[in-house]
Design a protein around this ligand. Structure first.
Ligand SMILES: [Zn+2]
Length: 255
C-alpha cells in the first residue's frame, strides 16, 4: 500500500531532534510520497537538505506563505522566481490568503497570491493554496485566474459543501487532513457527497495531528489515521483510499 502526504513541513524546527527517524517511520508505514511546501526564503536551504536525505521520497514546492508576506515581500517573490528558474519543483506553494493572524498586509497578500499564480502558469506547475479566514478573498482571485492552465490543491480544506464545489470548479483538489478526524471538524458530514476523484490526503505536519494524536506533534506516518477516517466516510477499504488518493496526487503533481 502506498500513501501520499501531499502537504508536510518535514523541514520544521519541530523535527530538529529526530527528523530522519520520523521520515523513515513514515516510509516504513507506506507513506513513501512526501510533498513539502515552502514558507519563505529562510527555509529554502533546509528544504533541499531534506530532499537530499530522501531523494526518492521527498518532493519540494517553492512559494511565499501568506503569513510571511511583509514589507519585503517583493524581494521574497524575487527569490521564489529565481528558485523556480534554477531548480525542479513539483508546485508553487504554499500560497494564498490568511486573515486570521493579521490583516495588515491584505493588499500585499493579494498581490503576492496573484503574482505566484502567474509564476505557476509560466512554469506549468500546480499551486498549493493556504486559506484561513479568507474564503471570499481567495475565491475572488481564483475565479479571476481560473482556466485550463490553473490547477492544484486547496490545502487543509475546512470549508462548507458549497465552498468545496467552488474550489473543485476552480481546478483544485481538496487536501483533507487531521481536521476530518475531529469531532467538531464538520467536513466529515458532507465529504461523501464529493467524488473521491477530488480528494488528496495531507498531514500538514507538525500541525493539526489527527485523532488519537490531537494536540500532539503531527508527523507524516499519521496519514494512515486520516486514510482510515476517509475510508469510513466513503465506506471503502483503506487500501482503496490509499490507491485512489495517491493516483489523485500524481494527477496534480505529475509525479
Ligand atoms: Zn502548511
Amino acid at each position: 500500500m502506498i500513501l501520499t502526504d501531499t502537504h508536510t513541513h518535514l523541514n520544521s524546527e519541530a523535527f530538529a531532534e529526530d527528523r530522519n527517524l520520523m521520515i523513515q517511520r513514515a516510509i516504513d508505514k507506506g507513506v513513501s510520497r512526501l510533498f513539502v511546501p515552502s514558507v519563505d526564503s529562510e527555509t529554502t536551504k533546509d528544504l533541499f537538505e531534506v530532499q537530499q536525505a530522501f531523494p526518492n521520497n521527498v518532493f519540494l514546492m517553492m512559494g511565499l506563505h501568506p503569513t510571511h508576506v511583509k514589507e519585503n515581500y517583493l524581494a521574497e517573490l524575487a527569490h521564489v522566481e529565481e528558485q523556480l528558474e534554477k531548480h525542479q519543483f513539483c508546485a508553487v506553494g504554499e500560497i494564498g490568503m490568511d486573515l486570521y493572524w493579521d490583516k495588515t498586509y491584505i493588499n500585499e497578500q493579494k498581490n503576492a497570491f496573484e503574482k505566484q499564480i502567474a509564476l505557476a502558469k509560466k512554469h506549468q506547475l500546480p499551486i498549493n493554496i493556504h486559506c484561513r479566514d479568507a474564503f471570499n478573498e481567495t475565491f475572488e482571485i481564483l475565479e479571476k485566474h481560473r482556466g485550463e492552465d490553473l490547477h492544484g490543491i486547496f490545502h487543509c480544506f475546512t470549508g462548507t459543501y458549497e465552498q468545496a464545489l467552488q474550489a473543485i470548479n476552480c481546478g483544485m483538489k481538496l487536501g483533507i487532513g487531521g481536521v476530518s478526524t475531529f469531532k467538531n471538524g464538520k467536513i466529515d458530514q458532507f465529504l461523501n457527497k464529493i467524488d473521491i476523484a477530488h480528494i488528496v490526503l495531507e498531514t500538514d505536519a507538525p500541525y493539526l495531528a489527527p485523532t488519537p494524536f490531537r494536540g500532539k506533534r503531527n508527523e507524516s506516518s499519521y496519514i494512515y489515521n486520516i486514510a482510515e477516517k476517509i475510508a469510513d466516510i466513503y465506506q471503502l477499504p483503506v487500501e482503496k483510499i490509499a490507491a485512489l488518493t495517491t493516483q489523485n496526487s500524481k494527477e496534480v503533481y505529475g509525479m
